[in-house]
Write a protein that binds this ligand. Structure first.
Ligand SMILES: Nc1ncnc2c1ncn2[C@@H]1O[C@H](COP(=O)(O)OP(=O)(O)O)[C@@H](O)[C@H]1O
Ligand SMILES: [Mg+2]
Length: 162
């Protein structure tokens, strides 16, 4: 299962995350990739809002992992600064992914073999100053269902996207 969508502003990207958030369940893994400034963090900010996270969500680049309490805990990783897959153990990556919350992994394509196959992959391509193309791919049963629900919900919400 895969699909594409486009956004034309940071706010629209956040709205896409806002639509995805309510569909998420514990154990879900989002793998986000795209260059610096693509919009990975904006998408996660929308997801966070939907999960009822009240604190500000920023790129965990220097922290590698930021935990945000919400309806479900949001585990927000950024693997940009990791050089070896072995460092994932130092930040309890595997245990966290299997724990009680939703994991959003920026630069999730850095160590693809270290992520569970059943993950929702979101690749963001910059097509202009404010234009972004999103490629969404599911790698298993749960993520396929999630991708389908996200697509349906976005189609339904399209009329109200800013
Ligand atoms: N359509 C868009 N979607 C997301 N961000 C956008 C868009 N258009 C412009 N931007 C800008 O691009 C930057 C994206 O930043 P951020 O979400 O932190 O990216 P990343 O986490 O991928 O490095 C922000 O400055 C945002 O305002
Ligand atoms: Mg970021």
């Amino acid at each position: 299962m895969s699909f594409e969508f486009h956004t034309a502003s940071a706010g629209q990207t956040e709205r896409a995350g806002l639509v995805l958030g309510p569909l998420l369940r514990r154990g879900d893994v989002l793998a986000l990739s795209g260059d610096l400034g693509a919009g990975k963090t904006h998408l996660v900010q929308g997801v966070a809002r939907a999960l009822g996270v009240e604190e500000r969500v920023t790129s965990p680049t220097f922290n590698l992992l930021l935990v945000h309490p919400g309806r479900l805990p949001l585990y927000h990783f950024d693997l940009y600064r990791l050089t070896h897959a072995s460092e994932l153990e130092d930040i309890a990556f595997y245990e966290t992914l299997e724990s009680d919350g939703v994991s959003a992994v920026e630069w999730g394509d850095r160590f693809p073999g270290c992520l569970p196959p059943d993950r929702l992959v979101v690749v963001i391509n910059r097509e202009g100053e404010n234009q972004r193309r999103f490629e969404v791919r599911a790698g298993g049963e749960r993520s396929t269902r999630l991708a389908q629900q996200w697509l349906d919900a976005m189609s339904a919400a399209n009329g109200v996207l800013p």
